[in-house]
Write a protein that binds this ligand. Structure first.
Ligand code: HEM
Length: 317
């Protein structure tokens, strides 16, 4: 997906967005995440003397992501998809020398095995499709492939499923690990988070309510500020690549067509002109007072190479 351009990119993006539009978040993702996180993992961790957080969160996010996308179940499957992904990730950024034993070779082998496993899941699903209410992203992709004149080929579908699972679990498990570390090291932040969540519980009309509602989730303003700050400091994706399609002039320099540009998010995230005291974990930086004295939450700023700067203010609801 990262290499698709123009209308193909728009098509793939629209398809992926169906996973995270408000309606899917409300109806499916929020309850599913809660069930997985609270009912399963937090309850289990409570009984443990200690938890190896990074490893556990990666495992948790992987099983959630692959289940959500294509119904993979590690406990039911005999094939080791996680190991195939581990091999794939091991050589993702490596010298491209494709001979046995190199990291690059291992990466390609891992990718090949992962694609084979996803393909066998796809074949099983084609043979026995899911019912309406149980449909997942794989069903959506299969329906797309069946459409007359569809842009979606089988190879493209497999690649999309492989890369989406990677995009979802590798990033979020790192962010969650860093969030726990940051909150653990900042008692004031923990106190404010606890206050926010206890107020939500106190304000419930029905005290027996066991599940988070959409309104409750949307009211977690400070929690969102902690997430923004964790992602800013974490610099989880250190580089984003773009191919220059035509010559671009920036501040007297010309970037020639055909070059690859690496956009470096840490250069923005750690820039003292953009963020005061950028190395400090300070979720409150995401909160600003409006002219009317109302509290707004700042969303991450975007600065383009020509200096154009976007900062969106979201009303604090
Ligand atoms: C903390 C979590 C995450 C971070 C820091 C993150 C970061 C990024 C970044 C920097 C890009 C741009 C890459 C580029 O254009 O070269 C990107 C693209 C993308 N991410 Fe994430 N991501 C996160 C979570 C997720 C999740 C959970 C999903 C999947 C459900 C996801 C799906 C995607 C997709 C599909 C794209 C390509 C979008 C496009 O090309 O239009 N990401 N992500």
């Amino acid at each position: 997906m990262l290499f698709a351009e123009g209308s193909l990119h728009r098509y793939l993006r629209n398809l992926v967005m169906s996973l995270v539009v408000n309606e899917s978040l409300k109806v499916k993702l929020l309850p599913d995440v809660e069930k997985m996180m609270i009912c399963k993992h937090l309850n289990y961790w409570c009984g443990q003397a200690s938890v190896e957080l990074q490893e556990t969160l990666a495992k948790m996010e992987f099983s959630f992501g692959t289940k959500m996308l294509f119904g993979h179940s590690e406990s039911k499957s005999s094939k080791n998809l996680r190991q195939a992904y581990a091999d794939f990730l091991y050589g993702l950024l490596s010298f491209p020398l494709n001979i046995p034993g190199t990291a690059y070779w291992k990466c390609l082998q891992g990718r090949k095995r992962a694609l084979e496993i996803i393909k066998s899941i796809m074949e099983e699903r084609r043979a026995s499709p899911k019912k309406n209410q149980e449909k997942d992203f794989l069903d959506l992709v299969i329906e797309e492939m069946k459409k007359n004149g569809s842009l979606m080929t089988e190879a493209m579908a497999l690649d999309l499923l492989l890369i989406l699972a990677f995009a979802a679990f590798e990033t979020t498990s790192t962010a969650l690990t860093l969030a726990v570390k940051n909150v653990g090291e900042h008692p004031q932040v923990l106190e404010e988070l606890t206050k926010e969540h206890e107020a939500i519980l106190r304000n419930r009309e029905n005290k027996d309510q066991s599940r988070i509602t959409w309104q409750e989730y949307k009211s977690m303003t400070f929690t969102q500020m902690v997430i923004n700050e964790t992602v800013r400091l974490g610099n989880i994706v250190p580089g984003i690549f773009r191919k220059v399609l035509k010559d671009v002039e920036i501040k007297g320099y010309t970037i020639p067509a055909g070059w690859i540009v690496m956009v470096c998010p840490p250069a923005v995230h750690m820039n003292p002109k953009q963020y005061d005291d950028p190395f400090t974990f300070n979720p409150w930086r995401w909160q600003v007072e409006s002219d009317q004295g109302r509290r707004y939450q700042q969303t991450p700023a975007v600065t383009f190479p020509n200096g154009f700067h976007i900062q969106i203010l979201e009303k604090n609801i």
